[in-house]
Design a protein around this ligand. Structure first.
Ligand code: SF4
Length: 378
């Protein structure tokens, strides 16, 4: 049983064997025989637990399914299979038939901060009028004076001072970093249990990025809110999840291929894909692998409508053997690794069946493509 999911006690959020498949235009016979055509398996059999006051960074190249997984986890994308349970209650069933925790309460508890904060603010309303409606809807016990006080307090908490000035500004009068803080305030005002931050700092320059990550961590600690932080950048993932003593989960083509405590993933990566992401990240590239060429056989990401058989990484994996083309590895831990460190790879687990087959031919086409790979993960 995975140590990152499926333990006996109920965590804040439990994702179990989750699928989100899009499209598919097969006929009845194809579906009966399991041969759907044109289906994108954006998320395919993911299990993951998020604890109370927990921080998990989901990393991977664009198109790996991390945003879709995040949205399905907080009730914004309907799964096609599996379950998402909030404190033990299936959130998608609760939408249809009320459970012990009302659906409205679950929706309020699971909030999202998008990458493009500016677009999610109404340009014709002041900052207070952007923040007030959600507060009025979700916290009806507060009167206008109390709502105003709360908004001002939160603006000050994230450094938007003097709050009187910021509350009366319009979105176009804010910088990118200030707009992002405003959107974070909007989420925090609802006192959520979990925030999904989707590339929330990517659009900012480096100094603002670090500043905003520190702010997020301060809020996370202050309100004991859990965070799922989506990023294509390993350095940001390490900074944010590392400071909160959290985990990094690495996704590839709809699956989590490695997960574990931050420094364990950085210093003791086991999956060849994690190693290639680290290699391609400035500042982390020489920690484990002092090689010049990217540790992949091919930089081409397979078509998600037609993922490779067996291990999905086998077309790019420098360690791939014939066994990997027919067998699909599952997340497993090993006694010598830190607790909660798991990876889905036969090479990492030293499987005999894997070593008994031939290596796949080397298709690496590195040299001129090295910069492209490096750019994709930075
Ligand atoms: S299972 Fe095989 S192809 Fe997949 S990552 Fe491990 S070695 Fe590479």
């Amino acid at each position: 049983m995975s140590s990152n999911s499926g333990s006996d006690s109920e965590p804040l959020l439990r994702v179990d064997d989750l699928d989100v498949h899009f499209g598919g235009n097969s006929g009845l016979l194809d579906r009966l025989f399991g041969e759907e055509q044109g289906t994108v398996r954006a998320v395919d059999g993911v299990s993951l637990d998020i604890g109370e006051n927990d921080v998990v960074a989901l990393v991977g190249e664009s198109g790996c399914g991390k945003t879709t997984l995040g949205k399905a986890m907080i009730g914004l994308e309907r799964p096609t299979g599996g379950t998402v349970r909030f404190r033990g209650q299936d959130i998608w069933k609760t939408e249809l038939e009320e459970g012990d925790i009302p659906y409205k309460r679950i929706r309020k508890s699971l909030q999202m901060v998008h990458q493009d904060a500016g677009n999610s603010l109404d340009p014709n309303r002041t900052i207070f009028d952007n923040l007030n409606p959600a507060l009025k809807k979700w916290r009806p016990e507060l009167n206008l004076v109390e709502r105003r006080e709360l908004v001002h307090r939160m603006l000050e908490t994230v450094g938007l001072t003097p709050s009187d000035d910021y509350a009366s500004r319009y979105p176009h009068q804010l910088s990118g970093g200030e707009a992002q803080r405003t959107v974070i305030v909007r989420s925090m005002l609802l006192e959520p249990d979990l925030i999904l931050a989707d590339e929330a700092v990517s659009a900012l320059d480096v100094s603002l990025r670090v500043n905003l990550m520190d702010q997020l961590l301060e809020l996370q600690e202050m309100f004991a809110t859990s965070f799922v932080f989506i990023s294509h950048n390993m350095s940001n993932a390490r900074y944010l999840a590392g400071k909160a003593d959290g985990r990094i989960a690495v996704m590839y083509l709809g699956r989590i291929v490695e997960i574990g405590p931050v420094e364990e993933i950085i210093h003791n990566p086991q999956h060849p894909y994690t190693k290639s992401l680290l290699w391609a990240t400035s500042g982390l590239s020489r920690i484990n692998d002092p090689i010049e060429d990217p540790p992949v056989r091919s930089i081409d990401v397979p078509d998600p409508e037609n993922p490779p058989s067996g291990c999905r990484f086998h077309t790019r994996c420098p360690e791939a053997r014939e066994f990997c083309t027919e067998h699909d590895p599952e997340l497993e831990t090993a006694p010598e690794w830190l607790e909660r460190h798991e990876t889905a790879c036969y090479y990492a687990h030293d499987r005999e069946e894997y070593w008994n087959t031939q290596p796949l031919p080397d298709e690496s086409d590195v040299g001129e493509d090295a910069d492209a790979t490096r750019g994709a993960a930075d």
